[in-house]
Structures are given as structure tokens and as C-alpha cells.
Design a protein around this ligand. Structure first.
Ligand SMILES: [Fe+2]
Length: 173
């Protein structure tokens, strides 16, 4: 595993302190983000940094507001991510961009970069089945077009949820 990703994952796992649900979610989103990076022109350290740490504010949101709602995670996540990224000696510019992605990852439209789009799509690839009724294929097809921001994200979502390509299925790690 490459060193940046390994160090980020180690820090994320330490922060989540055995919370398997959050750790597994971050790992699945990171795996999708890495896959999307093969066909989308994103910046590897920024995308992987944001993917691994995108929900890092969730424990603090629960503690402070009694809620895992996206808006609280967006507030609580960036300062925690910043401390972790500074500890891992990320460049200041990368830290700013990663924190910006984390601060808006439940509010599409405010950040328009490719890096943001990849992280959001990776999160949706994992979350779509929890947030939408995915049994109606016609409706689902429209939802995929609306929700996913990159061509590769849309294509992967169609594979995972509509089984459009051969060999595709639920994508688990
Ligand atoms: Fe997430």
C-alpha cells in the first residue's frame, strides 16, 4: 500500500478508536476514490486525504449535538482533519483543499473541483442504497444521473446498482 494512504488510514483508525462501522465506511469510500482516480484527473494526495478523513467529525458531532447529520460533520470534521494532516506533514495548500472538501461534502454546489467531485461520488457509491429506494430501476437511473458528479462515478454507479456491465456486482471490501 502506498505510504500516504497507509499513514492516513492508520491515523483515521486510531482516531475512530475501534469504531468498525466508521472505519469500514472510510475504507470503502477510499477504495472507490482510488478506483475513480484511474479515469478522473484528480490530485492523489488530496483525494485520498479527503476520502479517508471525510467523516472524521462524526464522533464529535454526536458528542456535541447528539446528531450525525451532515451539517454538524461538516463543522466538526475540518479541525480534526487539519491536526491529522499537519501531523503527517501534508503541504499547507493540500490541507486547505482537503478541509474545504470535508467542510462541504454533504453540500454539493459550493465546491466545484474535480477532487471534490471524486470524493463525493465515492461516498455516494457506498451510501446510495441507504439514502434512496433503489428497487425502482427507472427512478434509480435518474437519481444516479442527478447525484453523481463525474462520468466515471455515474458509470460505476450504474454497474454497482443497475448491473449494466457484465461481472459487476455489489462492491465490498
Ligand atoms: Fe461518508
Amino acid at each position: 500500500m502506498d505510504t500516504i494512504k497507509a499513514a492516513l488510514i492508520k491515523a483515521m483508525e486510531a482516531y475512530f478508536d475501534g469504531d468498525a462501522k466508521r472505519i469500514n465506511h472510510a475504507l470503502r469510500v477510499t477504495q472507490y476514490a482510488e478506483e475513480l482516480l484511474k479515469s478522473e484527473a484528480g490530485d492523489y494526495p488530496v483525494v485520498i486525504g479527503a476520502a479517508v478523513l471525510h467523516d472524521i467529525g462524526i464522533h464529535q458531532a454526536e458528542k456535541k449535538y447528539g446528531s450525525t447529520s451532515g451539517k454538524y460533520q461538516e463543522i466538526e470534521g475540518p479541525p480534526i482533519a487539519r491536526r491529522i494532516l499537519e501531523g503527517l506533514r501534508f503541504e499547507q495548500k493540500q490541507i486547505e483543499e482537503i478541509c474545504e472538501i470535508i467542510a462541504h461534502h454533504h453540500s454539493p454546489g459550493k465546491v466545484n473541483s474535480k477532487n471534490f467531485a471524486i470524493v463525493c461520488d465515492a461516498d455516494w457509491l457506498v451510501n446510495l442504497k441507504d439514502d434512496y429506494d433503489i428497487r425502482d430501476r427507472g427512478k434509480l437511473s435518474k437519481i444516479i444521473e442527478k447525484v453523481f458528479l463525474t462520468p466515471s462515478g455515474k458509470a460505476r454507479a450504474r454497474e454497482v446498482y443497475l448491473q449494466e456491465e457484465s461481472g459487476a456486482g455489489d462492491y465490498m471490501i
